[in-house]
Design a protein around this ligand. Sequence first.
Ligand code: BT5
Length: 234
Amino acid sequence: VVRSVRGSLIKTVYYYDVLDSTNNKARELPENSLVIAEEQIMGKGRLGRKWFSKKGGLYFSIALKPEMNLEDIPKLTLTSGVAVARALEEYQARLKWPNDVLINGKKVCGILSEIVGEIENFKVIVGIGINVENAVPDYATNLKNLNSEVNRAEILKDVIEQFTKYYKMLLSREWNKIRFEWLELSDTIGKFVEVKAGNRTYRGKAIDMDYDGGLIVETEEGTEKVFSGDCFYI
Ligand code: BT5
């Protein structure tokens, strides 16, 4: 346990060799804690999916108590994506709606935000997984593929720095500024997509990300807004 990282929003760092999931550990910890594990046994994606978390990657979660409305939490996930993409700017990282960071069209990072606690007094766990020098599937990539000198401690420091900056912006009601940065970094806008949300599927051109974080898709039936879901390029 390391206390007080100067200038950052992180108060305490909890470091582990192995955890089931850093998101699960972060649930038990006070706000502004950072949990890191060298590997995860049960790394989680969204909707019960798995996040492959072999040694060599960066797996961490931040416990937060944002003064925000519950319905604005998707903006926190989008904001986290902007922070990661900025930290990975030298790799030309791009954002795929809603929660992927891509390099050369392949997934390098996934973000999982979870809301815990009661509705009036909730915490948010933001979990970030970045492929650094861990083995990854074919459809994914890691930073080592692009830079043999890659250093996990440095990347973590850069991500936390950017996260601190954008999180403060979000809390100071500067979401629209962040939204424009998201659009600048977007890999999704302008592409033809299939978005699966619950039992509905939308097919068409992604034309914008709305003020509330929803993806605007121009379909044959008309313009639709999707708030969350899985997005595939077609
Ligand atoms: C995500 O889910 O992309 C969110 C991943 C969040 C992982 C972090 S690691 C630290 C923290 N602790 C946790 O337990 N989780 C968070 P989703 O959009 O559902 O994508 C999951 C899908 O991505 C899987 O079904 C695979 O197809 C693919 N995938 C799994 N592991 C991957 C990896 N290491 N790199 C790239 N893609 C991967």
